[in-house]
Every structure is written in structure tokens, then in C-alpha cells.
Ligand binder design. Sequence first.
Ligand code: ADP
Ligand code: MG
Length: 341
Amino acid sequence: MAEFDLIERYFTFEYDFDQHSNDDDPKQASTKKSTSKPRVVKGIGDDCAIFDIPSKYQLVTSTDTLVDGVHFFSDLDPELIAHKALAANVSDLAAMGAKPLAFTLSISLPEINEYWLAGFSKGLKKASKRFKVPLVGGDTTQGPLNINITAYGSVKKGRLLERHNAEVGDDIWVTGYLGEAAAALELQDKALVREEALTAAESELWQALTRPLPPLEFARKLTKISCCGLDISDGLAADLGHILSKSQCGAKLSVESLPISEALIEVVGLEQARQYALNGGDDYQLCFTASNKHRNKILNLAERCSINVTRIGKIHEAGLQLTLNGQPFESNRASWQHFNQ
Ligand code: ADP
Ligand code: MG
């Protein structure tokens, strides 16, 4: 198959979604969308894709490369590989409070395996529609399996979530449930042989690992309330650490308030679940800080976006204290020690 046929068959998707349809003001979104909002003017087919970025907006971008055998194993269902690759990028956009605009895909393939390409293409198309972010270009080469996605998003100038904006006294919040994806890694062998063999609880964890859904809408609307956040991809401990060091402050966390699902407790037990919630990776949830006067607004926003949010602690001057029901709590990972003086 020629390169152009391959791009046409597997990477050229028809879209019928309106990227502005769930904007804060639906009336404005439908009448003014073509002139006043960032948009894709040209997608696949020319030498470059083209965007219109009105002067009130800023373009944000993030890129990730997934290498076979390092970030994923090619025996994983290609549909899931595609979903995860796009979700990880979209999660970075959410982490800035940005609205997805478009993404590009640079892929290197060892051979033309139509079964694999059809699955990958299906997963990518579905995820692309789900996150309302169109594929607008890329590059296709032959070589060891390697997937690079670059995502583009837009924010209204100054309305974004950044790591350095935490202030002493702020509440610390997280979205969703933590630790499920890390626990699901242990299920990989079982799931790869036969997904149906997983129990209902195990299956929930497997979903969290393979089909993460970053809280995009919530994150974007949160920029009206908060200006400090990031996505949890390396584990709450490590990622909250970035907020603390960039904002030059510390935190107190109460371990009993970490959002841990029933499914995770059922599979690994409460004690292990807490360690996964603190230190496990791949959650693709949001950790953010906000003044305590915004508690109700945050809870209402989460309800409107049909997601779960939990207050897990407070920003303090320095150091990091973990407590469990008022007693000091030992985390089993060294990354905490750094902040724990
Ligand atoms: P050029 O040689 O000018 O770089 P290409 O032949 O690589 O162009 O690509 C032709 C068109 O197809 C371009 O619009 C490019 O963005 C798009 N494209 C190539 N590979 C992919 C891919 N894997 N996914 C999406 N679009 C792609
Ligand atoms: Mg090219």
C-alpha cells in the first residue's frame, strides 16, 4: 500500500462535531464560532495544517512519544494503544485548562499490518471524536513501532492552570479516583490473555488503565475559579511535588480523604490502595488548588460536569506532612522524603 493510500484509509477521519457546542455561552458559541473562536482552517492534505487564533486567545501545545516495549507492548489491543496515546496528550491540555483544538500523529511502523492499523485507526477515531479534537496532520514512516502525538489547544489569554500559582491556605483537590491504573498493571498478564476473565472490580481498574478519560470540560471551566493545577500522570506524590516546588510552598495531606474506589479496595485492600493512590502512575486526573471560599462553586461545577472531586489537604508554608486520622503516615516511596523535612 502506498503511503498516501495508508493515510487516506487509516488517518483521514470525517468529523461532524462542533468544537464550540458546549461552550459556556451556547448562544455565542453557535453564532460567533467561525470568527471569534480558535479553529482549524485546514487539516490533512497540504504541507501544513492551518489554525485561526483570534487575538484574545493563546495556543498551547504538548507532545508525547510512545515507544514499543518501553511505554506499551504491541501485543496490547491497538485500539487501546491509540486511545491511551491521545488521552495522555489531551490530559496535558486539560492540565492547563485548555480546550482541545487539534492534534497531529507521527507514526513509524515496522510493516503494513492491516489488522493492527485498522484497530489503531478505530481507537484513534473514537477517542478523537470523544475528546472533540480532530486529527489535522502528521508523518508516516517505516521503522520500529513508535507513536508521537502532538496536541494543540487554546486558552483565553491569562485564563489557565499553572503549577506556580498555589498559595498558602489553599485547599488541595483532586478529580476522579486515584491508584486504579497502577494497580491494573498487575492485571496485565491476565487481561491480555482474556479480558473477560477479569472480575467486575478488576475490569474497572483495567478500564482506568487502558481507557483514561481526562476531565477536560471541568478543567477548562475551573479556570474561572482556580489558576493552579496539573495532571496526575506520575502519581499524586510526584506531581503534587511539582506544584509545591514551583509555588515554593508545602502541604498537609490527609490520607484518609484520598479518593479510592470500592473496586480498588476490593482488588488490593485498603492499605495497598492508599499506597497506589499516593504513588501510582497513569491516573490522568487533575490535582488543583483553590481558595477555601470557592468550595461550593467547585463542588457544583464537578456535579455539572458529572465528575467526582475530593478535597485532600491544604497548602502550607513548607515541608510535606501526611497524616492518617491525625497520626503521621508513612508513604513507601522516597519521593515524599524530599519535601518531608
Ligand atoms: P510532506 O511530504 O509534505 O511532509 P506527507 O506526504 O508526509 O507530506 O503527508 C501528506 C499529508 O498527510 C500531510 O497533510 C500530512 O500532515 C498528512 N499525514 C501524513 N502522515 C499522517 C498521519 N500519520 N496522520 C495524519 N496525517 C498524516
Ligand atoms: Mg512528511
